[in-house]
Design a protein around this ligand. Sequence first.
Ligand code: 6GU
Length: 251
Amino acid sequence: MRFQILTLFPDALRALAGYSIIGRAIESGLLLLTATDIRAFTVDRHGTADDYQFGGGPGMVLKPEPVFAAVDDALAAIPDAERSATPVVLTSPQGHTLNQAIVDEFAAAPGLIIICGHYAGVDERIRAGLITHEVSIGDYVLTGGELAALVIIDAVSRFVPGVVGSAENVREDSITSGLLQHPLYTRPAEFRGQAVPEILRSGNHAEIERWRRRQSLERTLRMRPDLLDTAPLTNSDRAYLAGLGWNDDAA
Ligand code: 6GU
């Protein structure tokens, strides 16, 4: 999987590249990560990437010329057969909020070009003429799109075969499965007056699975009831949730 990040702050991207699971995947060649400085594609001798907005108003706007040139350069580095299947993503608070469906779509692509938004915003011609997807990572405002790009890269990379140890874990993880994760415990069996639930130490795997499922349902109902509208639920799940006071008005 190829990630080509176009940014005014390429150093910010190196934070992710150097450690842990993503770092190892880059080292082993499963992921290719390049961070290109948009400023390298500016046309004046001052390296001007931003300018005042027409019509007046506070804040600077990312200019179109260096961004178009940087994207052209990034596209030229992609093999012909993969170019048209490579999304060109803009990170911005105006985008669709990132979710698992978008992550799945990106993970199915041969790579991503990610333009990190900055300043008050980008020239609208970038949006109209260059990008295929505009993505936000939540309803709050960041000083720049670099952290959002890292979030996208991290979430997508988990689905690249070999990046995470067990493919099964990746699919079963919280949210991907439609529900929040059940509680987890490790040793010691008792810690500061809190004991591990007896059921988990019983060795009864059917009962353990049932307990975990119910804990997931209960936690999802309490923390993220919106997920229950789309989660794949069995009749037995629905009966359990009804007993907890869930009002299944979708059904
Ligand atoms: Cl993608 N960019 C910025 N600047 N702020 C954000 C964001 C992105 N997503 C949430 N807030």
